[in-house]
Design a protein around this ligand. Structure first.
Ligand code: AP5
Ligand code: MG
Length: 285
């Protein structure tokens, strides 16, 4: 189905609720949609030892040691393994870099104007008080976004704190926040059966959507792996963190009038409701 306007969507939900699963289904159904998963992006950066928080800065220069770059990747990895969130400042830079690389946001230096006068404050508003940021704060940067349906995107896992959401508000208006709600007792079983194809982010489950060949990705035939944070204990930490941060996040979007909650015991129950709501809001009549 074609879209009538740009959809800028956020998926919010407990770890393992099916954000990645629903994202893949939405993109199949609505081919103009693209997606960014903050978790997948972080895992890619950790895997390739990208100098997170440094190469992502448009004006960074002050850290040049390979060792420091690896150190940052390792710290990100250890936080993820422990189930704790990464610093808002680092995530924002990562996402901004991705949004501009994909052309969904354009920096003012390439464009004659901005749509939002407060955008310049977006990056600078984060205090650089975390151990990952070894560089100077990036200079103020202004951005513009497009309302063309081809500039539609889903953000899976970002923002996940009210502070991250407030910064995104300064960059572009989110027009739908989907709150996916499934009982946590059901989710826990799924996590133990999840297998992923790391390079693509494709997700399988041995009981729900098993790969055609055991342990192999359907598309490339490459081996599937387990995520390092997919054990019961780490999942409980991730769930606790979700419970602490999600209420203020959802309240933030409720006040903006863009929050939509969908409940269901399985992704198969949720998907048709999501398609219907999405089509009603963004589909061509
Ligand atoms: P992230 O990768 O986003 O993990 P998450 O939020 O914990 O969510 P998951 O990816 O585990 O679950 P999902 O909802 O995508 O479920 P899925 O579709 O795979 O983040 C990882 C870490 O990165 C965080 O802990 C944090 O450290 C960091 N991070 C990321 N973003 C950040 C941010 N903005 N700020 C700070 N830190 C950040 O489904 C789960 C399983 O269930 C799969 O196996 C699937 O096949 C299966 N399944 C789906 N539907 C069904 C069904 N109906 N029946 C049975 N199984 C099903
Ligand atoms: Mg996911």
């Amino acid at each position: 189905m074609q879209l009538s306007r740009a959809a800028r969507i956020i998926l919010v939900g407990a770890p393992g609720v099916g954000k990645g699963t629903q994202t893949a289904r939405l993109m199949d159904r609505f081919p103009q949609l693209s997606a960014i998963s903050s978790g997948d992006l972080l895992r890619q950066n950790v895997r390739s030892r990208t100098p997170l928080g440094m190469s992502l800065l448009p004006h960074s220069a002050s850290v040049d040691s390979e060792t420091n770059a690896c150190g940052i990747g390792i710290q990100a990895e250890s936080r993820m393994k422990a189930g704790s969130l990464l610093p808002d400042s680092m995530i924002l830079r990562l996402i901004l870099n991705e949004l501009t690389t994909r052309g969904w946001l354009q920096s003012e230096s390439a464009m004659p104007y901005t749509l939002n006068s407060t955008a310049a404050a977006a990056v600078d508003a984060f205090p650089d008080d975390d151990p990952f940021l070894m560089t100077s704060t990036p200079q103020s940067q202004k951005y513009r976004y497009s309302d063309d349906p081809h500039a539609s995107f889903i953000l899976d896992g970002f923002p996940r704190t009210a502070a991250q959401a407030a910064q995104i508000d300064n960059l572009f208006p989110i027009n739908l926040v989907v709150n996916l709600n499934t009982p946590t007792s059901i989710i826990m079983d799924r996590i133990c059966n999840r297998w992923v194809h790391e390079p693509s982010g494709r997700v399988y489950n041995t009981t729900f959507n098993a790969p055609k060949v055991d342990g192999r990705d359907d598309v490339t035939g490459e081996p599937l792996t387990r995520r390092s944070d997919d054990d019961a204990e780490t999942w409980k930490v991730r769930l606790k963190s979700f419970k602490e941060t999600s209420l203020p996040l959802l309240e933030h979007y409720d006040k903006l009038g863009v929050l939509w909650t969908v409940e269901g015991n399985s992704s198969d129950e949720i998907t048709p409701r999501l398609f219907e709501e999405f089509g009603r809001r963004f589909g061509l009549r």
